[in-house]
Write a protein that binds this ligand. Sequence first.
Ligand SMILES: NC(=O)c1ccc[n+]([C@@H]2O[C@H](COP(=O)([O-])OP(=O)(O)OC[C@H]3O[C@@H](n4cnc5c(N)ncnc54)[C@H](O)[C@@H]3O)[C@@H](O)[C@H]2O)c1
Length: 411
Amino acid sequence: MPTPENVVVVGGCGHVGLPLGIVLASRGLSVSLLDIDAAKVETINSGIMPFREDGAEPILKQVLGKTLRATTDPDCLRSADIVITVVGTPVDRHLNPTVHELYRSLDNVLQYVQDGALLVLRSTVSPGVTKLVYQRIRSLGRDIDLAFCPERIAEGNAMEELVKLPQIISAFEPAAMRRARELFLTIAPTVIELTPLEAELAKLFTNSWRYLNFAISNQFYMLAETYGLDFYRIHDAVTREYPRMRSFARAGFAAGPCLLKDTLQLSAFSGNNFFLGHAAMLVNEGLPNFIISQLRQVDLASKRVAILGMAFKGDSDDIRDSLSYKLKKLLEVECKEVLCTDPFAPDPELVPLDEAVRQAEVIVLGAPHSVYRDLQIPSGKVVVDIWNYWPERRRDTMPTPVTVAAGEGRP
Ligand SMILES: NC(=O)c1ccc[n+]([C@@H]2O[C@H](COP(=O)([O-])OP(=O)(O)OC[C@H]3O[C@@H](n4cnc5c(N)ncnc54)[C@H](O)[C@@H]3O)[C@@H](O)[C@H]2O)c1
């Protein structure tokens, strides 16, 4: 039997790297998760997932010590046949894409990795970055194959989606494309081949499209609620047995580490002419402000407000760029006290759920965690549920509409 290929995942203890590493290891490849976060490395090496990811921990336990290990030692790169890099690619404080972390980590990788290896960029990158990396490798006289194969999983569903979704792969050279194809066909049923620039845009189109879709729902939600109408009665009417509206999402906080960031990456690529993207940002980021403007009608200054769910989405423990935190910040200026609760989020300032519900006069659902589904909320409290998670409750208790100027079409 041939020796299994040695794979190193750089940034391997993160939300993208770890599930991918576990799945590759479960297919018999020999995988090292290389990361600078020693605490996460230790957690993983003791068989524990450092974040929530459905179905990942049992498989981690199965492969750990056999085909998978986590390490902070870059020496593992020396024997790597394949290096997959998934370090973060955030936007800076001016909302421009930054690739410094990626370039720094790539320069480091290049010091250790041997010629003949395949380097796979898996992070979401600005269009053109793969070409720059390719030129850098060539200018150093290195013989390393390069591919860009963007990750398209939704956090929390990685274990299921990694083995089901077609994998988009791209490369400049046929040999690199062939190796990327072989690699991803070990986990996925199909691959889709593009040029690197097409693949970079494919990833950004995917996330921007989702972000724009959520913005449409959020804009319609605010519009209906401003007129004292129940958005979800209209949503139900237009989606029920009407296939063309199937993609009409519910309203809710559209946040997290990817959607806004990737919309901004596309905007930067378009020379800041991506008007729809910027409009979507104003709408989605404005939803917490809209909630505050609704709540001002209940004498907010005298009220304790509880936010239930601080993660950026339901059943996740990921608080990165969560709009619940933006809401918290805005409320702290306007109300008597803000009590935040979440069953999973790693935040020492959180209070237990029962305490938040008991003490607060106003309850805002920040993230629709399943554990809140059957929550008993005592009567007399104002409930703000933009998600329609508690349909029977939200209409009874939501404050009256914000402001409607005379003659603006109110029946
Ligand atoms: N989170 C998602 O659902 C998702 C989905 C698709 C694509 N992406 C993209 O994947 C990339 C990574 O996102 P993530 O959510 O996994 O981030 P993350 O912060 O969860 O993981 C990144 C990991 O890289 C490590 N790291 C940072 N610098 C390093 C270095 N120099 N060497 C080794 N390790 C290093 C960090 O410690 C961390 O564990 C981003 O480009 C993101 O846009 C994320």
